[in-house]
Design a protein around this ligand. Structure first.
Ligand code: PHE
Length: 385
């Protein structure tokens, strides 16, 4: 008898995991009760095997528990049952019944666990054709590139083509040939970065030097746009960066007038902002145009009212600062001195030019409050456009 007990327990491996058998055998509590009634010892050892089966993580682990319990040559239940015929009649009845119940429980648990593992394996490999596909991550143009391309599209439609010119520029092109006198204070407004070791080489402070290169290289009529990055040694804050982007435009031909400039600028404003958005042109000084103007559009934030509703009544509009207008670009008629500097006769040709900042346009269009976002490459920002 003690042989039966020790044979049965001998193959238990303390390394096996344990899990609650009820998940495998729904009637486990009843089976355990019947087993316990027959033999508390067989019940407890059987429970050890069954919970090891419930814990078996793969087919191999399951097989080794099964072998320990049931294998034909050396399984614990096989060997214990082989001893039964040698027991007394009373013992036979008790042990025979308990061992058969135990063996049946182990067999059923093994079958159930095998089915579970197989189902999990199939679920892993199953191809569910009804699942929506995984959208591959795709990039997109930067918001500034989108705004630039919209503008280039618009100007292409008006007959302008793109001219690119260097970001590292001669002082002579950035300033001199654009009619900035050597000691003119207008240079100060540009907060220029000079290239180390060369007092005559700068990072361009605007895209206007492109006009000079284009006019030196080509003959009028000219209808060109100059997109690109520009640099100014400015203190960085929410609306200033020391690098940003501009698009200049240049139109040179016989009899080009202010009327052509205004029509072009209004076409731009209507396309980019709103068809009925009021615009205005007011005089302003730039060395390279005469007359020089600034175009403003009515503030879209406050609808030109200058104030917006706030918690305690109206407050000053944060975008136009109460002025009702937002400046969008500088423009004007090309200064005769600029024409002379590039060998074009200002008596024969006239022209207009304009220059605008892409960041400002993008900020106005999308309500972006902070210019530094454009350069930070934060996908949470860029993914919105
Ligand atoms: N280049 C000027 C600037 O950067 C803008 C401008 C362009 C003004 C063309 C007039 C004409 O401020």
């Amino acid at each position: 008898m003690s042989d039966v007990r020790s044979l049965l327990a001998a193959r238990l491996d303390p390394a096996w995991g344990r899990a609650e058998p009820s998940g495998l055998l729904a009637d486990w509590p009843e089976r355990l009760a019947a087993l316990s009634a027959a033999s508390a010892e067989v019940a407890s050892i059987t429970a050890d095997y069954v919970s090891a089966i419930a814990a078996a993580g793969d087919a191999a682990a399951l097989q080794s528990v099964r072998n320990a319990a049931l294998s034909r040559e050396s399984g614990a239940f096989t060997e214990a049952l082989a001893l039964v015929p040698s027991l007394s009649v009373d013992e036979k009845r008790v042990w025979g019944k308990a061992l058969n119940l135990g063996r049946k429980a182990v067999e059923d648990a093994d079958k159930a666990r095998r089915a579970q593992l197989e189902a999990a394996r199939e679920a892993d490999h199953a191809l569910d054709v009804t699942l929506p596909g995984r959208e591959p991550w795709t990039g997109r143009p930067h918001v500034l590139a989108q705004v630039r391309d919209d503008l280039l599209d618009l100007f292409h439609g008006l007959g302008f083509s793109v001219y690119t010119s260097p970001e590292v520029e001669l002082d002579e092109y950035n300033f001199g040939k654009l009619n900035f006198a050597a000691d003119h204070p207008a240079r100060d407004a540009h907060d220029t970065y000079f290239v180390e070791g060369a007092s005559d080489v700068v990072l361009r402070t605007h895209t206007s030097p492109g006009w000079v290169r284009a006019m030196e290289e080509r003959k009028p009529p000219l209808r060109l746009v100059f997109p690109g990055r520009v640099y100014r040694a400015e203190a960085v804050d929410a609306s200033h960066m020391d690098q940003f982007h501009q698009i200049d435009g240049l139109f040179v031909d016989r009899d080009v007038s202010m009327a052509d400039l205004k029509a072009t600028l209004n076409t731009f404003a209507r396309a980019i902002y709103r068809a009925d958005l009021p615009t205005r042109i007011i005089p302003i000084y730039f060395p390279f145009v005469e007359p020089g103007v600034q175009m403003d559009v009515q503030c879209v934030r406050c609808d030109g009212r200058g104030h917006v509703p706030g918690e305690e009544g109206a407050r000053r509009c944060p975008v136009c600062k109460g002025t009702q207008w937002v400046e969008v670009l500088g423009a004007g008629m090309v200064h005769p001195n600029v024409f002379r500097a590039v060998g074009i006769d200002p008596e024969e040709y006239t022209g207009f030019a304009f220059g605008m900042g892409l960041e400002r346009i993008a900020m106005g269009r999308y309500g972006i409050p902070e210019i530094r976002l454009f350069l930070e490459n934060d996908l949470r920002f860029l993914g919105q456009f």
